[in-house]
Design a protein around this ligand. Structure first.
Ligand SMILES: Nc1ncnc2c1ncn2[C@@H]1O[C@H](COP(=O)(O)OP(=O)(O)OP(=O)(O)O)[C@@H](O)[C@H]1O
Ligand SMILES: [Mg+2]
Length: 229
């Protein structure tokens, strides 16, 4: 098992937002997380990805307990093994595309050669541009390049296509699918778009802070063949 969440709970103030969610994520899989707004998807992703500690429950990455790591160990784990992509891209506007991507490198870890990665993500012509000169789709593909240049083992995406139109969303999903297929990067993808589920190995639904549905997709279709209505 790559990542394991065990009865993860989280409260904000008096309100219990995550009421005990358990999930096992296998290596090299694409998992889509669906659920209504406010159901706890982002909170769940944040607690299992090391961004925020759960109040109760445990998180494991392989044989290491993330919830038992010191702050320094956890920072090292995130730096080496984990990538994040958010709806808002979070690029640094005073740095070029090339410089934004290079920030994601982790010294001593196997990594993509920049040229190969930007060709895969189809941003090879944009390396000397600044974020202000890019479209939303190009910004998000730059953010993905930054997140994966170090070849993380797992990539957490929170509404990574939330600000994109259909064509750009599809492209992003295709590229993440490709990264999973070719390089074995496990992807956890929170979205409102249930169409993306067609291509996922597994689709889980969170409702009111609980795991409401868990579906294994026996025949995920390649992202390129997804039909969007
Ligand atoms: N830092 C916080 N402090 C207090 N309450 C929070 C905090 N983060 C989230 N919440 C609350 O927890 C609940 C779940 O929020 P969360 O962001 O996890 O939902 P979500 O499923 O990601 O929703 P959306 O689809 O709109 O992004 C919401 O009621 C939200 O207001
Ligand atoms: Mg959210």
């Amino acid at each position: 098992m790559l990542l394991r969440a065990e009865t993860v709970k989280k409260r904000f103030g008096k309100e219990e937002i995550l009421k005990g969610i358990s999930l096992d994520v296998k290596e090299k899989t694409f998992t889509v997380i669906l659920g209504p707004s406010g159901s706890g998807k982002s909170t769940f992703l944040n607690t299992i990805s090391g961004l925020m500690p759960p109040d109760e429950g445990k998180v494991w990455f392989r044989e290491k307990e993330v919830t038992g790591m010191s702050e320094k160990e956890r920072a090292q784990w995130k730096r080496k093994s984990v990538g994040y992509v958010f709806q808002e891209y979070l690029l640094l506007n005073n740095l070029t595309v090339r410089e934004n991507i290079e920030i994601g490198r982790c010294p001593g870890r196997e990594a993509f050669e920049l040229g190969e990665l930007v060709r895969i993500l189809e941003i090879d012509g944009l390396l000397d541009k600044f974020p202000g000169q890019l479209s939303g789709g190009q910004k998000q593909r730059t953010a993905i390049a930054r997140a994966v240049i170090k070849k993380p083992e797992i990539l957490f995406c929170d509404e990574a296509t939330g600000a994109l139109d259909e064509a750009n969303s599809k492209k992003v999903v295709e590229l993440l699918y490709e990264l999973k297929q070719q390089f074995g990067i496990a992807v956890l993808f929170v979205t409102h778009n249930s169409q993306i589920a067609q291509t996922a190995d597994r689709v889980i639904t969170i409702k009111d802070g609980l795991l409401y549905k868990d579906m294994i997709n026996e025949n995920p279709i390649p992202a390129k063949e997804m039909i969007w209505e």
